[in-house]
Design a protein around this ligand. Structure first.
Ligand code: ADP
Length: 262
């Protein structure tokens, strides 16, 4: 009797181990499918600029066109190579962030200064349509953050330039609203454009997702994926907030230290 109960225990153990192995195997298969999908997306994204660089350089080599056309082709090659470099930089950045190899450079800074700088550096990029009015609330007064300020600024700049690119409105405007609770500080970026449907809002944070083909020409759909990854590394979150009229994104950070200005 004892022998048979030993056998039963052993067979339960074997069954348990087999189940774990099956689960691990399923996870590996899923990862490998993800990796393949990622690689095929990356090669697709690389192919587009590569193809135009190749074709336009071939045109130039054939010669026979006037100077104006020559300059135009050279301009396209130049733009496409910049786009390629940006894409590779973004991919490397994302891979470093996802693998947890990123070294954070934590500093103390005022949230107001960080937002000021992000607003002005987003505005400096001449390739984006300007005219976006930026409205700020005053609740960022005296909020000090202890975080990687360069990385946080990168997220702010991404959200502001997305509002510049995608906020389709006659009088585009972006409200940046800071609010504090006991544990967190929320920084909301709310524009007055068309917003993002609930279905799309769940996928915009995925890699290579672009909803508006025309407006996002030249960008790879990696900005929000990178920004969300950065926020996770900083111990915070980045989410879409539905029901705000236009598009609304919320950056949330744990409040490490807050000092109210006197
Ligand atoms: P991209 O590099 O294309 O800007 P993002 O990851 O930053 O990539 O954004 C993904 C997509 O989400 C964009 O292509 C755009 O369609 C949509 N999107 C982002 N921000 C906004 C916004 N403020 N209003 C409307 N759509 C937006």
């Amino acid at each position: 009797l004892e022998y048979s109960s030993q056998l039963e225990t052993q067979s339960r153990e074997v069954e348990k181990t087999a189940r774990k192995l099956r689960e691990a195997n399923a996870k590996l298969t899923a990862l490998s499918v993800q990796k393949d999908a990622f690689l095929s997306q990356v090669s697709h994204e690389l192919r587009t600029p590569m193809t135009s660089i190749r074709s336009f350089s071939e045109f130039l080599m054939e010669g026979g066109m006037d100077e104006q056309a020559q300059a135009r082709y050279a301009g396209i090659i130049h733009e496409e190579s910049i786009r390629l470099t940006r894409l590779l930089d973004d991919l490397l950045d994302l891979s470093v962030l996802e693998n947890g190899q990123v070294v954070l450079n934590v500093q103390t800074a005022s949230l107001r200064d960080l937002l000021d700088r992000a607003v002005s550096s987003a505005g400096l990029d001449a390739s984006k349509p300007n005219g976006l009015e930026v409205l700020r609330t005053v609740e960022d007064e005296g909020v000090l953050l202890k975080t990687d300020t360069d990385r946080l600024s990168q997220v702010f700049i991404n959200l502001i330039s997305n509002a510049q690119k995608y906020c389709l409105s006659d009088a585009p405007s972006l409200r940046i609203v800071v609010s504090q609770s006991t544990d967190n500080v929320d920084i909301d970026f709310i524009d007055n454009g068309l917003g993002i449907s609930p279905k799309d809002a769940t996928v915009v944070f995925e890699k290579f997702v672009r909803l508006t083909d025309q407006a996002s020409a030249g960008s790879a759909g990696l900005g929000l994926a990178i920004s969300r990854e950065i926020m996770h590394r900083l111990g915070g979150t980045l989410d879409y907030v539905p029901g705000q009229g236009g598009a609304a994104f919320r950056v949330q950070l744990p409040l490490v230290r807050v000092e109210r200005a006197a």
